[in-house]
Design a protein around this ligand. Sequence first.
Ligand SMILES: Nc1ncnc2c1ncn2[C@@H]1O[C@H](COP(=O)(O)OP(=O)(O)OP(=O)(O)O)[C@@H](O)[C@H]1O
Ligand SMILES: Nc1ncnc2c1ncn2[C@@H]1O[C@H](COP(=O)(O)OP(=O)(O)OP(=O)(O)O)[C@@H](O)[C@H]1O
Ligand SMILES: [Mg+2]
Ligand SMILES: [Mg+2]
Lengths: 225, 225
Amino acid sequence: FIKVIDIAKKYKMGDVDFPALKGVSLAIDRGEFVAIMGPSGSGKSTFMNILGCLDVPTDGRYFLEGQEVGSLDKDDLAVIRNKKIGFVFQSFNLLARISAIENVELPLLYNGLSSKDRLQRGIAVLSAVGLKGKEYHRPNQLSGGEQQRVAIARALVNNPSIILADEPTGNLDSQTSAELMTLFKQLNKEKHITIVMVTHEADIASYADRRVCFKDGEIIKDECQ
Amino acid sequence: FIKVIDIAKKYKMGDVDFPALKGVSLAIDRGEFVAIMGPSGSGKSTFMNILGCLDVPTDGRYFLEGQEVGSLDKDDLAVIRNKKIGFVFQSFNLLARISAIENVELPLLYNGLSSKDRLQRGIAVLSAVGLKGKEYHRPNQLSGGEQQRVAIARALVNNPSIILADEPTGNLDSQTSAELMTLFKQLNKEKHITIVMVTHEADIASYADRRVCFKDGEIIKDECQ
Ligand SMILES: Nc1ncnc2c1ncn2[C@@H]1O[C@H](COP(=O)(O)OP(=O)(O)OP(=O)(O)O)[C@@H](O)[C@H]1O
Ligand SMILES: Nc1ncnc2c1ncn2[C@@H]1O[C@H](COP(=O)(O)OP(=O)(O)OP(=O)(O)O)[C@@H](O)[C@H]1O
Ligand SMILES: [Mg+2]
Ligand SMILES: [Mg+2]
């Protein structure tokens, strides 16, 4: 379903290359729930951006549902990014000038849904993450944790087959985090949605079936739990 | 040292007022280390922004070192914000187009230090938070946790007498978090720096002497530990 082979990523800093990923290989089955852990700066977000087709590796191959991502054209990539994958960024990436509900509806704009259906779906998913009543707040009228939950709602609204979440509970208290993980677990078990989630909190990682650990751009551990 | 009496904050949403803080009273002694916890949206950041003189309350009084903050003029407030208080924002607030070291040196620009002294202090504090070698990276060339540590370094560089930190370890792994908390503890014990820190992680809160819990804009618990 998801297979990466010897993925490397080098960032250019002046005339030096910094290896953020040093040849990472991993296979994830459809419907798996995988947690990714590792020290700050170990390459987790770099890896997630490549999985989400938001960045290209310097080396290596990436197969998604049997297709090699490196050989797809711009239009195919846009379909994957928009229809198949729901992405929760570590930095939220909300549009500041529009409301929570408008941010959440963005992925639906290309789907041909009526504005009434878009609104209905948006309100339902914001309520699922505990933000009923805050739909018309703009990001600067929401707390850090509320903004993070808008970002999660936006990733879920299009019923993607894969959810890629980068520290989705980093700004949330343990009660709100547990509610969100229960939602993730439900989507994973009942709808067979594949989830890859970066977290630094062990109790959050324990919701996953498998734990993959990064260090200095490499996978140093991969264990089921 | 820090005393707030019946602090209230209402946000205007359309023609409705939303009470983010409903009359909060608290006294913090010089050299205390206080953790602030509470559910997402309970008013923690609103409270911290008022403590940091970044926002004004709708009601109530705030005394800092015996002076009433509400009656100070713009220049006095700028001195407090710049010299007395180091602030770590929940959303980092780094300037995107300049490097880590330049972001960290910003608070020093108004101090009359030579550029050589500024550079030396900036490098020392970036190394103290584990970012030796990343000084010339811009924020988009750093990971989430590294950006957070630049924000912490910027709050420390001016040797403030008060550190206000809003979820300083939200994006950090447990090893890096422990190293930072050890640094905070050292600053608190050896230099008698007063620290007020918002966190949702119990093991981070345990570094503090006192734990204050917020819920729906009010303090519901205040216990020493
Ligand atoms: N400008 C604003 N207009 C309207 N409501 C606001 C505004 N800013 C914040 N709020 C509301 O005030 C409440 C308190 O926000 P605050 O940022 O203090 O919460 P918090 O305790 O820091 O939460 P978190 O743990 O998620 O960071 C939230 O419910 C938020 O929706
Ligand atoms: N554009 C860039 N140029 C140079 N170096 C970069 C760039 N982007 C990231 N890096 C470096 O690559 C390394 C990996 O970054 P990445 O964001 O993948 O880390 P991470 O594991 O997600 O860390 P965190 O837990 O702090 O979010 C970091 O050390 C970072 O400094
Ligand atoms: Mg990251
Ligand atoms: Mg907050």
